[in-house]
Design a protein around this ligand. Structure first.
Ligand code: HSE
Length: 435
């Protein structure tokens, strides 16, 4: 009987939303978890800087000394759920050096220190579990490291920030401006008071760093991830994209090009009929294209107490069964990372131009000088009147594939045309079809 074996004794650092979810899940699903783990999984200690008298800790004792918990001989595994960087890193390192398995939901620490932490786990022959660090309840780490382990991953593309997805979805369905949709997300608790990490793409870049390292066996290369958020997207862009048959999504894309790895986070046009286009609200999704399985899509809640707890508990069950965690990248085999200028993409361009004869032709001529072909275009029938000048129109163009380096040069030339009266908006079109 699984339940007659010695329990796995869990110590949790943190008592916020996710920690409370873990306590609840381990209590509510105790018998099925024990069956799958081969023994009971019990929280014996909780440490948090601040007590929360209303939270049911079950049989666990409570303390405020987080560091003491990391070295506590009465726990078999440390669960780090305090977030932040420095102290979390210290706790994880301390536990790993003591040969204690750790489970964490901390994507920032992994993205920035994943190589060192995985090396520590290897040296001390213990486990570092981080299923909860990417896309909450979606088992995407296990998909990459076990389910698809026999494949070569060609590329992956994910909606991996729920806050940005909520805001873009609200802008799309209700025509809201970015600032209004952000305020609504904050009122509903989907966005932090300081939303920078989410809306400027940093949170998604942390997660993409982890996915890319696991997919391609690179080190954790956060500094090499190109990062752009959604704050410059306007309802007009969303509407023009819709007219052209696209939705605008915030994507993390990582690709093995054969001559280096691309890793980038930015808004992207996704064909309206594509699977990712209909993943709305706070939902997350990761599409992985690999050479044997082809396209596999993982969709679900990317945050929240129980979805994230689901991932933490899955890692705890692995620890209880002594199943190895995600494999560390081989430090001798690191792949070249490409910069954003090295990518090849199609582009959506919104060019604010004076409403006078020949302006579209002049823009098209500049693009053709850079051998950029136009796939589609939309021109507004009615001009917009500026306070300070004549009528102008947004010229909307979708190009065919072109190296970003060339596009940058072409855009500088278009921007310099006397007809162009404002900053050109450029959004990449996601390539979700090729190997
Ligand atoms: N802030 C994150 C998001 C949730 O909006 O997706 C946890 O990673």
């Amino acid at each position: 009987m699984a339940t007659s074996l010695a329990p796995l004794r869990v110590g949790i650092c943190g008592l916020g939303t996710v920690a409370q979810g873990v306590l609840r899940l381990l209590s509510e699903n105790a018998s099925s978890i024990a069956l799958r783990a081969g023994r009971p999984v019990e929280v014996v200690r909780v440490a948090s800087r601040r007590a929360r008298p209303g939270v049911d800790l079950g049989a666990a004792s409570f303390g405020t000394d987080l560091r003491a918990l990391a070295t506590d001989p009465d726990i078999d595994v440390l669960v780090e759920l305090i977030g932040g960087e420095e102290l979390a890193l210290e706790l994880l390192e301390t536990a790993l050096k003591a040969g204690k398995p750790v489970v964490t939901a901390n994507k920032a620490v992994l993205a920035l220190h994943g190589d060192a932490l995985m090396a520590l786990a290897n040296v001390h022959r213990t486990t570092l579990g981080f299923e909860a660090a990417v896309a909450g309840g979606i088992p995407v780490i296990v998909a990459l490291t076990r389910g698809l382990a026999g494949n070569r991953v060609r590329w992956l593309a994910g909606i991996i920030n729920g806050t940005s997805n909520y805001i873009l979805s609200a802008m799309t369905s209700a025509g809201r401006r970015f600032a209004d949709a952000l305020a609504e997300a904050q009122a509903l608790g989907y966005a932090e008071a300081d939303p920078t990490f989410d809306v400027e793409g940093i949170d998604a870049a942390h997660k993409l760093t982890i996915l890319s390292a696991l997919a391609f066996g690179t080190r954790f290369r956060f500094a090499d991830v190109y990062t752009e958020g959604i704050s410059a997207i306007t309802p007009e862009d969303i509407e023009f994209a819709r007219q052209l048959g696209y939705r605008i999504k915030h994507l993390g894309i990582a690709r093995d090009t054969g001559h280096g790895i691309e890793a980038r986070v930015h808004p992207a046009l996704v064909p309206a009929g594509h699977m990712l286009a209909s993943v709305d609200g706070v939902m997350n999704a990761v599409l992985i294209h690999s050479n044997a399985a082809g396209d596999t899509l993982y969709v679900g809640a990317g945050a929240g107490a129980l979805p994230t707890a689901s991932a933490v508990v899955a890692d705890l069950i692995d620890v209880a069964r002594d199943t190895a965690g995600p494999p560390a990248p081989d430090p001798d085999v690191d792949q070249r990372m490409l910069g954003i200028e090295d990518i090849v993409s199609a582009y959506y361009l919104r060019i604010p131009a004076l409403d006078r004869p020949g302006v579209f032709a002049r823009v098209a001529t500049v693009l053709s000088e850079y051998e950029i072909s136009i796939e589609a275009a939309v021109q507004r029938a009615e001009a917009v009147h500026r306070d300070d000048g004549g009528p102008w129109v947004p010229i909307i163009i979708v190009t065919q594939d072109v190296p970003e380096r060339v596009m940058n040069e072409a855009l500088a030339a278009v921007q310099a045309l006397p007809d162009v009266v404002g900053q050109i908006m450029r959004i990449r079109v996601a390539d979700l079809g090729h190997d």
